[in-house]
Design a protein around this ligand. Sequence first.
Ligand SMILES: Cc1cc2nc3c(=O)[nH]c(=O)nc-3n(C[C@H](O)[C@H](O)[C@H](O)COP(=O)(O)OP(=O)(O)OC[C@H]3O[C@@H](n4cnc5c(N)ncnc54)[C@H](O)[C@@H]3O)c2cc1C
Length: 381
Amino acid sequence: MNALAFEPVSLPPGIHAWRREVREFIAPRVAALPAEKRANAWAVFDAVFSRELGARGWIGLTWPREYGGAQRSALERYVLLEELLAAGAPVGAHWIADRQSGPALLRYGTEAQRQRFLPAIARGECYFCIGMSEPGAGSDLAAVRSRAQRRGDRWILNGQKVWTTHAHQAHMMIALVRTGEPGGKRHEGLSQFLVDLKSPGVTVRPIVDLAGDVHFNEVFFDDVAVPHDMLLGTEGQGWQQCTSELSLERSGPERYLSSHALFVELLRAASPASEAQCIEIGRITAELWTLRQMSFAVAGRLANGQDPALEAALVKDLGNSFEQALPRRVQALLDDGLALHDDAPLARVLALLLQVSPSFSLRGGTREILRGIIARGLGLR
Ligand SMILES: Cc1cc2nc3c(=O)[nH]c(=O)nc-3n(C[C@H](O)[C@H](O)[C@H](O)COP(=O)(O)OP(=O)(O)OC[C@H]3O[C@@H](n4cnc5c(N)ncnc54)[C@H](O)[C@@H]3O)c2cc1C
């Protein structure tokens, strides 16, 4: 059986001053935001905030300076993300590009692709979306049917993506599509392309979620011409490239802080707190702190160039379970005499999270799929 590695991380010198600097920057910018806008903040799209963060050099924080980055450490980046999310800053516009599209370009992109996209991402001016899921290809991602066929120096793209977060506001999509026959192995014959969402033949159709908001979309490709120099990485290696993003996608603090605004409002409302409320708040704090240590440990390993895919899946599964259960746990405290007025911030953020939290264990890989990965990683299946 494989051992899980969650080694404690030693923080770099100057990290407390860095945390203070980040807090001082964020505080005035979120002060006027209503509580429900501070919940699930990494889904909240605000181009003005992203550009401000970019102007400060805080997008692509770890990237080389030649591509617009600040060459800071991965742990400094972790602290930045943690502070942004804990404060409920609206980071959704640049989140995907900063977290995984930029790193994918650094790893697999050509020099021309890096020069074209990375500085614009780092300035907070270029937003990406993830084109993986399709109808019939979610958990079973290798079943993607969108297809690109080579015609001279272009690829002609046809097919459909679904649940594509921010496709209606993003500039670019990294799309996983079929470019060859799967042969004996279904994961073969897939490639990734950088698709300009303004290209003729691309139709983006927003999907309204349960809370009445539009975050994700259907995206249709109808004979979309993609220049050959927008192939990302190697033709036929799309599956390997795509799965190498997943540790980045799964282990960050966004996987346990989506309901954090609710916890903050709970602390405000439960004052003075009853004994039962104190016990529950203590439990929530202990769980939050444990998740934080685990997530930090994965960040430490990523910073050392390792790929802790198993630990990342575990952090996501535990983190999603925590952030998904929080609204129900707070609701249970209402029966314990926690006062709640309809227009109170606690009521508004609770109402929102009760509606959107079921999605927390779907996005980025479902609970059942993650548990399968964990079981396999531990040698149990
Ligand atoms: C808020 C949100 C944002 C998203 N954003 C994006 C995005 O930006 N880009 C993108 O590409 N996708 C995105 N997705 C899609 C997401 O990745 C998929 O919803 C997810 O992978 C599940 O796929 P599916 O919806 O097709 O469900 P299915 O794969 O059909 O699964 C349905 C249910 O069956 C279970 N199941 C499936 N297979 C197995 C199995 N082998 N064993 C046990 N149980 C199984 C699943 O766990 C799930 O509970 C987003 C989803 C959400 C909710």
